[in-house]
Design a protein around this ligand. Structure first.
Ligand code: CMP
Length: 140
C-alpha cells in the first residue's frame, strides 16, 4: 500500500510546458505526490540513473537529451503505483497514454517511470534525499 515510484518529466516535457498535464494525470488517478523538484541534471546523475544503458550506441545522445534542460523529478505513492504508472506512461506508439498522447519520438519520450518496486527504491535514492520525501495522508 505504501508502494512508491519515481517519475521524471524529462527536458522535452519541461520545454514543451507539459509538466502540468503529466502531474494532472497522476493526481486524477488518485496517487499521492510525496516528493517533487525541478533540477538541472549533470552527467553523473544520468550515468547512475541509466547505468545499464551506458554501453548502448545511443547513450551519448541520451546524455545530451537528459542534460539539455531541467527535469521535474517526482515520487508518487499508492496501491500498485509502479505497474499502474508504467501502464499510464505507455509506449510512443500507443494511444491514451502519456507517451502516446504527447510524444512521437522513441528517444524524446517525455517521461521516465521506474519499471519495478526494487528499481523504484534504487532510483528514488539517486534523485532524492530521505528528508525530501513527505509522509502525508488526506483527511477528509
Ligand atoms: P526509457 O524507456 O524511459 O529509458 C531508456 C531511455 O533511453 C528511453 O526512455 C529513451 O529516452 C532512450 N532511448 C531508448 N532507445 C533509444 C534510441 N534508439 N535512441 C535514443 N534514445 C533511446
Amino acid at each position: 500500500l505504501r508502494e512508491k515510484t519515481l517519475v521524471l518529466a524529462k527536458p522535452d516535457a519541461v520545454q514543451r510546458r507539459l509538466v502540468g498535464n503529466i502531474i494532472q494525470r497522476f493526481e486524477r488517478r488518485g496517487f499521492r505526490l510525496v516528493a517533487m523538484k525541478l533540477l538541472q541534471v549533470d552527467q553523473g546523475l544520468v550515468d547512475r540513473h541509466y547505468q545499464e544503458l551506458r554501453h548502448k550506441p545511443f547513450y551519448p545522445a541520451l546524455v545530451t537529451y537528459m542534460t539539455s534542460g531541467p527535469v521535474v523529478a517526482m515520487v508518487w505513492e499508492g496501491y500498485n503505483v509502479v505497474r499502474s504508472t508504467r501502464a499510464m506512461v505507455g509506449d510512443t506508439d500507443s494511444v491514451g497514454t502519456i507517451r502516446g498522447d504527447l510524444s512521437v519520438h522513441i528517444s524524446r519520450n517525455v517521461v521516465h517511470a521506474s519499471d519495478s518496486v526494487e528499481t523504484a527504491q534504487r532510483e528514488i535514492g539517486f534523485w532524492f534525499q530521505r528528508d525530501e520525501l513527505v509522509d502525508w495522508e488526506s483527511r477528509d
